[in-house]
Design a protein around this ligand. Structure first.
Ligand code: FES
Length: 183
């Protein structure tokens, strides 16, 4: 494949306006190169892209289609079928409340309602300041600590609505003074 588009001014002019005229960025290319020719690796590729960008931006998905030969409709079909994938950028803090059986019977739904009210967002939404995204998840494997909340990679067990909001306030305090801190 020709990687010389950006170094040739005439070709660069001809390709301007084509968002995929340039080769993929190096970090994305590194992922794509590892799975080139592997027809059953699409989900793994999407997982790795999401791990790198925290969601699945449109342009990298277009590169996946072009470089690995998967139809864009298939890529979006998978990305929208599995709720582990996100097509929009999450907040800096991904707040996930478990609604698996053990957490559900320990009233995790009240925690979701409380956080939703306090943050002013519903499930899968992000606060306007881009700080918090609220999500629910199935069992995260910490049932003995139910009900459980996970903020980014940190797991908090035996939560109550007030305790969960206390965790959010601590995060806000680390971020510096913001309006929500007074809520
Ligand atoms: S059900 Fe919530 S951690 Fe297992």
């Amino acid at each position: 494949m020709d990687r010389g588009v950006s170094s040739n001014p005439i070709r660069r002019y001809n390709y301007q306006g084509d968002p995929l005229a340039e080769p993929p960025p190096a970090d994305l290319m590194e992922i794509l190169d590892r799975y080139r020719g592997e027809r059953d690796a699409l989900i793994t590729v999407l997982e790795e892209i999401q791990a790198r960008y925290r969601y699945l931006p449109a342009k990298p998905l277009q590169f996946v289609s072009r470089e690995l030969g998967f139809p864009l409709s298939l890529i979006y079909g998978i990305a929208t079928f599995y709720n582990v994938f996100r097509l929009t950028a999450p907040g800096r803090y991904l707040v996930r409340v478990c609604k698996g059986t053990a957490c559900h019977v320990n009233r995790s739904s009240t925690m979701i309602e409380h956080l939703s009210e306090k943050l002013g967002i519903t499930e899968d939404e992000t606060t306007p300041d881009g700080l918090f995204t609220l999500q629910t998840v199935a069992c995260v494997g910490a049932c003995s600590l139910a009900p459980v909340m996970v903020v980014n990679e940190q797991t908090y067990g035996r939560m109550t609505p007030d305790l969960s909001w206390g965790i959010i306030l601590k995060v806000l305090a680390q971020e510096g003074p913001r309006d929500q801190a007074e809520q």
